[in-house]
Design a protein around this ligand. Structure first.
Ligand code: ATP
Length: 369
């Protein structure tokens, strides 16, 4: 499933040079984006970068100040929210407190004049889908946060919108429930064949669920790609930093070519692989190295220039992995993470030990200054 790589594929949602201003403030700045049918698409970015504004324009609660929006090839300008084949599920869930779970789910269907029998059938189907059959007669205040979230979801999909917009749908759930619900959401989307456009500021959540992610910063999209593309080939320091943990090393480019770049800086000379950025000789560049790509050894590693020596400063045992921070003589701290494969490590690395961290050329992602 990768319609974005198919030049013949028609986008389902298109933002064309869309800007949104509130007075002097530009919340969305000349943004263009295509999303495809049945895609699970996430908007990811820090608070205030314009994610919700983008969704609200798509749902019809805001009109763009400039630019055009298309859904299935049709311009959306002037089409009111209830005439769009779109449903939006809000952060707050917005359930009716005095109505039962079943009535909450049936509400939109009733408004549309769906006959009683068909409506009841649809509500039963939705309750099955979100595994709440036994809760049909309860009121929202008699449910847990996770159950309320599922009711909101059932209500959003009951009318079978072609597009479901979700603003931080799992924000109110605790970590464990959140992780379970992520997979339920993915299953639901697959089962119903819907297009999902979701806002989150949780990068792990976006990585888990999405076909593609757009990373936003102050009203613009900085990078769009699959989770693997965003993680393995970030196009800027901002994206590298925003998704996952990263070590950054700075230096001047002393040679380049053949998909590789050599930099020389205060922490030494390093060789890295060109992904999205290819700085020229003489320029300053960053290398981004993910902690899990660092090898940790007691002796100096052989056959690589990509090595740092320092003292173990912090160790965090997380069960599945151990994170160590190593302080170099320059004062810089470099992080490595190791998967804990065996239950008890025989000779674990300890505090204040001198160790070497090294990385393969392929693991050093070159970024433009
Ligand atoms: P969060 O993750 O905190 O929800 P967001 O990325 O969804 O943030 P938006 O809600 O889209 O951000 O807001 C983008 C910017 O536009 C913010 O600085 C916000 O204060 C501003 N903004 C949003 N709506 C309005 C409005 N109606 N009037 C004035 N400013 C607004």
């Amino acid at each position: 499933f990768a319609p974005w790589n198919d030049p013949a594929a028609k986008p389902y949602i298109s933002f064309r040079n869309v800007s949104k201003r509130f007075g002097d403030f530009t919340a969305v700045d000349n943004l263009s984006l295509d999303v495809y049918e049945r895609e699970f698409f996430s908007l990811l970015g820090p608070s205030g970068c314009g994610k919700t504004t983008l969704l609200r324009m798509l749902a019809g609660f805001e009109e763009p100040t400039e630019g055009e929006l298309y859904l299935d090839g049709q311009p959306l300008k002037g089409v009111p929210p209830h005439r769009r084949p779109v449903n939006m599920m809000f952060q707050s869930y917005a359930l009716f407190p005095h109505m039962s779970v079943a009535d909450n789910i049936a509400f939109g269907l009733k408004q549309d004049g769906m006959p009683k029998e068909e409506r009841e059938e649809r509500v039963a189907q939705m309750l099955r889908l979100v595994k709440l059959e036994e809760f049909a007669r309860r009121k929202p205040h008699q449910l847990s946060g996770g159950q309320r979230q599922r009711v909101a979801l059932a209500r959003s999909v009951a009318k079978r919108p072609k597009l479901l917009i979700l603003d931080e749908p799992l924000g109110a759930l605790d970590k464990k429930l959140r992780e379970e619900t992520q997979f339920e959401l993915m299953d639901l989307q697959q089962e119903l064949g819907l297009t999902f456009m979701i806002v989150t500021h949780d990068q792990e959540e976006a990585m888990t669920m999405s076909d593609r992610i757009a990373v936003m910063d102050r009203g613009v999209i900085v990078q769009v790609g699959t989770p693997a593309e965003i993680y393995e080939a970030p196009n800027s320091r901002y994206v590298a930093d925003f998704i996952g943990s990263v070590n950054l090393v700075e230096g001047r480019v002393v040679s380049s070519g053949d998909g590789h770049v050599v930099i020389d800086g205060p922490d030494g000379r390093f060789v890295g692989a060109v992904r999205s950025c290819a700085p020229a000789d003489g320029e300053t560049a960053w290398f981004a190295i993910r902690p899990e790509k660092m090898h940790v050894s007691r002796g100096k590693p052989e056959g690589t220039v990509n090595a740092f020596e320092g003292e173990v400063w912090d160790i965090a045992y997380l069960g599945d992995m151990t994170i160590i921070n190593v302080k170099l003589d320059s004062g810089k701290v470099v992080q490595a993470s190791m998967i804990n494969r065996s239950r008890l490590v025989e000779d674990p690395i300890g505090y204040e030990e001198r160790v070497w961290l090294s990385f393969d050329e392929d693991a050093g992602i070159v970024l433009d200054r």
